[in-house]
Design a protein around this ligand. Structure first.
Ligand SMILES: C[C@@]1(CC(=O)O)C2=NC(=C\c3[nH]c(c(CCC(=O)O)c3CC(=O)O)Cc3[nH]c(c(CC(=O)O)c3CCC(=O)O)/C=C3\N/C(=C\2)[C@@H](CCC(=O)O)[C@]3(C)CC(=O)O)/[C@H]1CCC(=O)O
Ligand SMILES: NC(=O)c1ccc[n+]([C@@H]2O[C@H](COP(=O)([O-])OP(=O)(O)OC[C@H]3O[C@@H](n4cnc5c(N)ncnc54)[C@H](O)[C@@H]3O)[C@@H](O)[C@H]2O)c1
Length: 189
């Protein structure tokens, strides 16, 4: 079964990252593109993680994970190097209604992180269902080379048109043609 692609509003969601190594740091950086409502628990923190925690004024605790620490969170990311503990935390998470991501085991993921491009209102996310994160990243790099820098400006213009023109068939056709021609113009770049 494949993961369902959805775009979540994280504004009201409390997120916990367990772990302070490079992988936890990568997940943190990606989450920070969308929310600052993040707490981190770890025994040790890498320098990049500590720098970012300070710069973004994030809350954190330097300690070993204790049963119950995940209780208050809607989203939990397990990014530790202890597979047995990761499994225990995942099993504990089943008692709550939180969504769990475990960086070491796809079977322990209610959701996975996507490789993504974010330019203004355009977010493009890639999943390989865990088959090849390396491929997801390279495909992202390829798509980044195709999508022009002014895409966010184009979306602003489209948003404005949708807000001002009266709804109906005429607007629909006009927006469709404009979008089609914009994408067609990329081939000439
Ligand atoms: C896309 C991206 C997003 C992000 O991290 O935010 C992401 N992994 C990225 C990179 C990456 N990860 C790995 C490599 C080495 C090459 C390779 O193995 O391919 C590279 C490449 C690199 O770093 O260059 C190794 C790896 N990854 C996972 C395992 C565990 C396992 O498979 O069991 C192992 C083995 C660990 C080991 O060997 O010890 C698991 C997961 N990694 C996922 C996401 C989820 C599935 C996404 C999908 O559907 O593809 C999933 C299931 C869970 C999750 O993490 O959510 C990010 C690219 C960000 C970008 O675009 O810049
Ligand atoms: N999903 C991915 O994209 C991906 C990619 C590469 C590796 N991984 C996996 O991710 C895991 C983490 O990798 P890393 O390089 O960040 O490891 P790391 O050793 O640098 O960091 C592990 C972190 O977990 C913390 N930790 C360990 N036990 C803890 C406990 N009981 N309570 C609180 N914190 C604890 C440590 O203090 C440390 O900060 C590895 O197992 C690796 O196989 C995943």
């Amino acid at each position: 079964m494949s993961y369902f692609p959805a775009f979540l509003n994280l504004r009201t969601k409390r997120i916990l990252i367990i772990g302070g190594g490079i992988i936890a740091y990568n997940k943190l950086v990606h989450l920070l593109d969308f929310t600052k409502n993040i707490h981190i628990i770890s025994q040790e923190f890498c320098d990049d993680m500590l720098y970012t925690i300070e710069k973004k004024s994030l809350s954190y605790q330097q300690k070993a994970y204790k049963v119950g620490d995940i209780k208050e969170y809607e989203i939990v990311i397990i990014a530790i190097d202890d597979r047995a503990l990761a499994k225990n935390i995942y099993e504990e998470s089943r008692e709550y209604k939180c969504l769990c991501n475990s960086v070491d085991n796809l079977e322990h993921c209610d959701f996975t992180f996507a490789s993504y491009i974010k330019q203004g209102d355009l977010t493009l996310a890639i999943s390989t269902n865990g088959s090849s994160p390396a491929f997801a990243k390279q495909l992202k790099i390829y798509l980044e080379s195709i999508i022009p820098r002014d895409v966010s400006g184009f979306l602003k213009e489209m948003k404005e048109l949708r807000a001002t023109l009266p709804k109906g068939k005429e607007r629909m056709n006009m927006l469709k043609t404009k979008a089609k021609n914009y994408i067609k113009s990329w081939r000439k770049i």
